[in-house]
Write a protein that binds this ligand. Sequence first.
Ligand SMILES: Nc1ncnc2c1ncn2[C@@H]1O[C@H](COP(=O)(O)OP(=O)(O)OP(=O)(O)O)[C@@H](O)[C@H]1O
Ligand SMILES: [Mg+2]
Length: 324
Amino acid sequence: MTTDGLALATRGLQKRYGSRPALAGLDLSVPTGVVYGFLGPNGAGKTTTMRLLTGLIHPDAGSIEVLGRPFGRRDRHRLFEVGALIESPSFYPYLNGRENLRALAATGAPVSGARIEELLELVGLRDRAKDKVQTYSLGMKQRLGIAAALLSDPRLLLLDEPANGLDPAGIVAMRETLRHLASTGKTVFVSSHVLGEVQQLADVIGIIAAGRLVREGPIGELLHGEGEVRVRVAADQVEPARTILGGLATPDAVSDGADGDGWLAVRIGAGRAADVNRALAGAGIFASGLESGSDLESLFLELTQGDGSGGHEGTFFGVAGGSR
Ligand SMILES: Nc1ncnc2c1ncn2[C@@H]1O[C@H](COP(=O)(O)OP(=O)(O)OP(=O)(O)O)[C@@H](O)[C@H]1O
Ligand SMILES: [Mg+2]
């Protein structure tokens, strides 16, 4: 597997804590200049991966390449090229936001006062820069953490669940900031356990579960390639509808919907709900229900079901059409 042109790559990465495997051979390929959404349910291994990528812990097996060069045990000094926010950022509680950034800057390459002001502005903390960090809310600390990760103007940014604790306006602002960074050629690797969040932010996504990669690629391809459209029709129209749907795709792409009760599902691009509706209506069959979901959405719903971490019913199917 080639890693040319990748800002970040892992091959066969393994890590266990005691007898518990956290990563079981992880292969990630992160292209340069994109926002890469690193998605997985709680306990999937996201933070473990981030810790390995920043040399906080070391792998049991496998390799890491950062910005085109191997990243090994003795390469922590190279992290000036990388900005990272992993888990809750730690700050001096008795110093204010500005002083904390100055203190952090003092430990690395020189950073101008103007740069610090620019970052405070960027993360919306300028008005609170004089307040002690111990008086900050969770979201404000998270914002300061993002500013800290950006201090050295890194080419690669690693952010572990940066949306944690941010309010909706904060999430929008963060998304704009990260998109802007990618537009200037930087690579942003950002983890999340919420598909919807990543969908709006990332160019490329990688989904992990139980320490392994289960899907990776450009988000457009993953969202619109595979998928299904589901329709509900009257009981006496199920058979004629089945024939029409089979004509749109192939007969074996049509199945009885999981919900029974007049629902049919056809494996066809999730973006083709309108085509399905039109074809049925053209034959005088009017659907009483129509919804669609991509393969990715179903996959992620399955992965996150029952872990109590935001796999709310309907969330992932809400975009293309109604919840099931
Ligand atoms: N310090 C540790 N000691 C023992 N086990 C750990 C430790 N850190 C993580 N683990 C285990 O490793 C696995 C992966 O954890 P990790 O924190 O990487 O997941 P995550 O994807 O970041 O989850 P979350 O979405 O909850 O942040 C889990 O089974 C977890 O219990
Ligand atoms: Mg984590």
